[in-house]
Structures are given as structure tokens and as C-alpha cells.
Design a protein around this ligand. Sequence first.
Ligand code: FEO
Length: 395
Amino acid sequence: MLKKITEDIFYLGVNDRQKHRFENLWPLPYGVSYNSYLIVDEKTVLMDTVDVCYADLFFHKIEEALNGRPLDYLVLNHMEPDHAGSIRLLRRQYPDVQIVGNSKTFGMLAGYHGITDGLHEVKEGDTLALGRHTLSFYMAPMVHWPEVMMTYDQTDKVLFSADAFGTFGTLDGAVIDADMNTDHYWEEMKRYYANIVGKYGSPVQKALQKLSGLDVQTICSLHGPVWREHKDKAIAIYDQLSRYEGEEGVVIIFGSMYGHTEQMAETVAHSLAESGVKNIVIHDVSKSHASYILRDVFKYKGVMIGSPTYSNQLFPEVEAVLSKIQVREVKNRLFGYFGSFSWAGAAVKRLTAFAEQMKWEVVGEPVEQKQGMSPDDQAKCVALGKEMAMRMKKI
Ligand code: FEO
């Protein structure tokens, strides 16, 4: 049974409960959905496709929704294969379908699928009349990839937003937010943003400004629920994260081989709590997947990192996290750091260089501990936590 979003718009997406990792990188404890939509008017229009693994199921849905009608247009808002993977098969099934995209879309369409004909190119602000509905197109480059665009249905005031406002998590029965409990999607939306889109804060801000002039009643993203009741919350999360605006709280990230750096992390956390900070999250890099750590780096204003020295460098998993933060160019964080060593210290030096590269505000005195925790080391960790708590109160 197919779900309708409005009188003329069908939801044709699929759930992926099988993949362990999105992009073969990011864990999917709740799975993920690949969303596609069909507008049935005088002309019929499919909005994006799905991962090719689900093409058979997807084509059955298209057939059912078309109910004997031809497919006139396929709009490509995004060419990443989780959405564009079924295009070549779709063209075989519907050889007369006109493919709507921009010049960058068509370069990728040729490269991935060898398709160079039956194209309808659109530019910023162009419209496409379908009968009762009129679509307009807005370019949103780097709201994940360079060819990304968004499509707005002027009639039903529906925005087809590509990856934007998407989240990990399958659709477990309902499709529209008002018909479900959305609680578990919000943290997954932040994890999705931080890991997939996080590098592109400035393009996301440009897209949000562009969209602010539209009367959007419903957001149809390519992943996760259709946002209607909670659309303002979804927009606010994207706005906050893309401005790199952290909320009050501290994420403590540490690596530890034998517990000495962990003891420092615990001491700092205790001190933060004693000083009134309530939002404290601790991640052991050997246990937490980096995607959750990155989510919390995007989420909180305070970041504290601790590492032992390992082969005259950082603990390797801490180094890997630093690299992921650097790639995403996370801005405006309050940073405290600490490290331990057995005979020659390198960790604190490396963390100092990291703070300079990120242009983050260093809070308190970094603590460098030799071997086990001395009373002096403990006092320095307490002081570091206190300094961070005091600085946090001023934001
Ligand atoms: Fe869901 Fe950028 O693809």
C-alpha cells in the first residue's frame, strides 16, 4: 500500500535494514531510508531514485503509483549513488522519460551511467509546469555534492530538499513526522549532518538563506521522515550545526592503554560536574565509533581531548579523530587538553599544534602527566575542568 504525502504526491522510498555502514563508513544501528517521491498530475514526475540494491522493489512501487500512466520526468536533485543508483535501470524500463537536472548533474549522469540524451536542463529559478503543479528549481551546490539542487512544488508548498534535513533511521511504518514518534531521529540527524554534510557549513547556510523566501509547508528529504509538524525544528538543527554553534556542554574524548589518561579524563569530568556543567559526554576512542564523537563535537561548545604518547606520537585512534575534525573545519570551540607519557612526551605537543591549526580558544593550562597520577597532576586536572566550566558560563 502506497503512502501519499499530498493528494498528488506519493512516497515511493525504501528502507535499508541490511547495510551495516552508510558509505561503508558510518554505522547504521537504526538502518536508513532512501526516499523517492512521485507527483501525478497531467505530467508524472519521479523525484530521484534509490540505491540500486532496492531497484526491484522500487520499480514495483512506481508501477503501482503510475497505475498505467507513462513516466514523463525524472528529476535528479542529487547524483550520489544512494539515490542515483537506479537511474540506468529506470531508463531501460521507461525509455521515454525526460531527465531533469542541471549541467553538473548531466556531467555525472554521463560519467556514472553513460546517459547523454533525453535531458531537460534547468538553471536557478527555472520552472516546469506539470498541469495543476508547477515546480521551481534552486541550486544548492555542496549541500553534499556540487550538482545538488532542490525542487519546490509551488502548488502544494513542498520542498524536495535532497540530503538536507535528512537523517539516518528507517521509516518504521509511518512516513510523515506527525504520524510517528520522532524522538530517536534527532540525534541521528545530528550524526548524519556531522559526518556526511559537516564539512559544508557555508554552502548549507547559503541554501538556507535562499530557501527562507519560500513558503515551505512540507520538507521531503532523501533520508528519514517527511517533515511537516517538526519542519521548523529540522531547519533549526541544520542552521545551528552549519553555523558551528555549539550548545552548552563538553565532550571529553580520550584514548588510554592502561587507564592513566582515562583517570585524567574522569578527574576533569568530575571537576566540570562539580563546577555546574550538566552536559558532559565522555568518549573512549577505542570504544565509541568516530561518527558519534563527531556528532558530539558538532553538538557541544566545549571539546576536551586527552591522549597518551604512543610511539612518540598521539594514540593512533585519537589522531584519527583529530583528522576527521580537521577535515570538517569545525569552528569556534573552547578547547582543553591533556596527555600522559611514560618516558618521553609527545601527545600534549601534538594537541597544542592541533589547537593552533583549528584556531580554537584554548581554555586553562594543558596537563601533561608522567606515568601515574600524582597529587599535583590531579590538582591540575581539577583546575582544567574548573577553567572550562567558568569559561562555559560566559557563552
Ligand atoms: Fe544521501 Fe549525498 O547522498
